[in-house]
Design a protein around this ligand. Sequence first.
Ligand SMILES: [Zn+2]
Length: 169
Amino acid sequence: MSMVWSIQQQSFSTEIAEISSKDPNPSLKGLAKLSPFLDVTCNRELLRVGGRIRNSDENYDVKFPIILPGDSHFVKQYIRHLHIQNYHAGPQALLSFIRDRFWVTNARPLVRSIIFKCVHCNKYRPKLFDQVMGNLPKDRVTPGRPFEICGVDFCGPMLTSWKIRVRCR
Ligand SMILES: [Zn+2]
């Protein structure tokens, strides 16, 4: 927790000062939407998300996750650790694992970039081949009146009956 406290002191020093001073109109920059508050955890004052699920039966850390900056090296390493620990989880799953305890600012692009840079995930990401399409017929590329030229798609499920099989013999 002291590591988290240290990161918050570096990244959110002005926001923490505003909340501590009980400023009636704090600016809080990008954190205003999170309605943050200071809470004592392990003898350290940590910035947590206020949110709207105060009355929920969820765990305290889920209701009020600790706010962390997305540009911190420690946070990037922590997310990479969670990704590997959870068998190379995808972006949505990884976000949910992070939000069990922390609220990382700008988390979605950060999670995507970490997964994109993961060597293991890159190795096993399937590469889809694009089929080279042929030229369109002249009627499709020449302007004309509606329904002047009509086409029928003959492809699709083709049912064979007993009579047809008999004829083939
Ligand atoms: Zn991975």
